[in-house]
Design a protein around this ligand. Structure first.
Ligand SMILES: Cc1cc2nc3c(=O)[nH]c(=O)nc-3n(C[C@H](O)[C@H](O)[C@H](O)COP(=O)(O)O)c2cc1C
Length: 411
């Protein structure tokens, strides 16, 4: 019999993120699945985000007592249950009704933070109130700075822990596979219209009774009544500010008293600028391969960034994480935490909150198992001496191997 991923409806029968992806593909109309799945142009960066993990191999220790294992760690002065969180994904309400609340609730139940996208369909105050847990708010930089100031104010009043400013989207990436589903902006072609009709389960969950979900956190930015996808897309296109600079980050730093994080850094020089701008953390990210095609993967630059800024701000990253072992490779290279994009979106799309919870559970179990197999009982002890990576120079490896002799074997 041919090997097949599980693609039924019971999320508990999903054994991997790939199973949840197969389930999502079955439940979602093609245009929604493509919105999640696609990358920019030739998808070189999208592929690199996955391929990079194959270039890094583990060097496990044997005969180590791993009966009790710990994957929790501190992030911004509080413990997170696992070294990962749910990152911002826009328009989650298109995958599942009130998708933002479902994702946030799954994260809170699992003891990890949730980052709410600015392009979300549930008001940030409702997400915080209904889900609890640690909620961070992602924002883009808009020409109308007063909007940002108001959003920061709202976020502070709602108890948002951190603002995450996405800086890689001043200009939109060209996602051609997504574009091909439309005959003109936001008008699906006939093939896709028929395909929607073939997904009544999705239609009754997402479209009934109110039609396409509307944006809930762009309030003052959009003209009255223009919070539909169509209205918002036009305004957003005009509002995204390509003149964004580090001065704007400094402006936001003065305005926002809680944690400030810049998402979209891809190299040590910008990481150092982030330190100078006084931010608390960075997310190394190429936006899941959806913006600049041909860009490096965050994993490619992680070691050099960590070496430059360790101890001065928190270094997080995203892009291509689908396995617990991927997450541990990043942690071994010095990351404080990983953000999940598609992994939890597949879960949400496959089965709402239980699907998202299943994605988290799969990854937590994989992290735990991998720690055991590595012969490392505490994530705090994981470092570069557990890795063999041709791109990791012996000098770099030694600088973070805690002086252990076997670090020299990394060449
Ligand atoms: C469907 C989708 C929507 C996204 N929306 C946003 C967004 O609104 N804001 C943002 O900063 N990043 C957004 N991203 C990028 C993610 O935050 C993250 O950088 C990326 O998905 C990580 O790669 P991965 O999907 O391979 O894990 C989105 C990604 C996807 C797949």
């Amino acid at each position: 019999m041919k090997r097949r991923l599980y693609s039924g409806r019971d999320v508990n029968r999903a054994h991997s993120i790939d199973d949840l992806r197969a389930m999502a593909r079955g439940r979602l109309p093609n245009f929604c699945f493509e919105y999640i799945e696609g990358g920019a142009e030739d998808e070189t960066t999208l592929c690199r985000n996955r391929d990079v993990f194959n270039d890094i191999a583990f060097l496990p220790r044997t005969l180590v007592d791993v009966e009790h294992r710990n994957q929790s760690r501190m992030l911004f002065g509080q413990r997170i249950a696992s070294p990962f969180m749910i990152g911002p994904t826009g328009y989650s309400g298109l995958m599942f009704r009130e998708g933002d609340v479902k994702l946030a609730s799954a994260a809170a139940a699992a003891g990890i933070p949730f980052v709410l996208s600015n392009v979300s369909t549930v008001a940030l105050e409702d997400v915080v109130r209904r889900a609890g847990g640690r909620v961070w708010m992602q924002v883009y930089m808009y020409r109308t700075r007063e909007f940002l100031a108001k959003l920061a104010q709202r976020s502070q009043e709602a108890g948002i822990e951190a603002l995450v400013v996405t800086t890689d989207s001043a200009v939109f990436g060209k996602r051609e596979w997504d574009l091909r589903n439309y005959i003109k902006p936001l008008m699906l072609d006939w093939r896709n219209k028929f395909d929607v009709l073939r997904h009544p389960r999705w239609m009754s969950n997402v479209l009934w009774p109110g039609g396409m979900p509307r944006f809930a956190n762009l309030g003052d930015l959009l003209p009255p009544g223009q919070n539909s996808v169509k209205g918002a897309t036009i305004t957003l296109g005009q509002q995204l500010d390509p003149s964004l600079s580090w001065d704007d980050i400094r402006w936001l730093r003065d305005l926002w008293p809680n944690r400030l994080i810049v998402k979209g850094v891809l190299g040590a020089p910008d990481a150092l600028r982030a330190v100078e701008a006084g931010v608390d953390g960075i997310v190394l990210s190429n936006h899941g391969g959806r913006q600049l095609d041909g860009a490096v993967s965050a994993m490619d630059v992680l070691p050099e960034v960590v070496d430059q800024v360790r101890g001065r701000l928190s270094v997080m990253l995203d892009g291509g994480f689908r396995r617990g072992s991927d997450i541990l490779k990043a942690v071994a290279l010095g990351a404080d935490a990983v953000l999940l994009g598609r992994a939890t979106t597949y879960g949400l799309s496959a089965g709402g909150q239980s699907g998202a919870a299943r994605a988290i559970q799969i990854l937590q179990t994989e992290v735990d198992r991998t720690l055991g197999l590595l012969g490392c009982s505490d994530i705090a002890a994981l470092d570069r001496s557990y890795l063999r990576w041709p791109m990791l120079s012996p000098a770099l490896a030694r600088s973070h191997a805690g002086g252990e002799k076997d670090a020299l074997s990394i060449a």
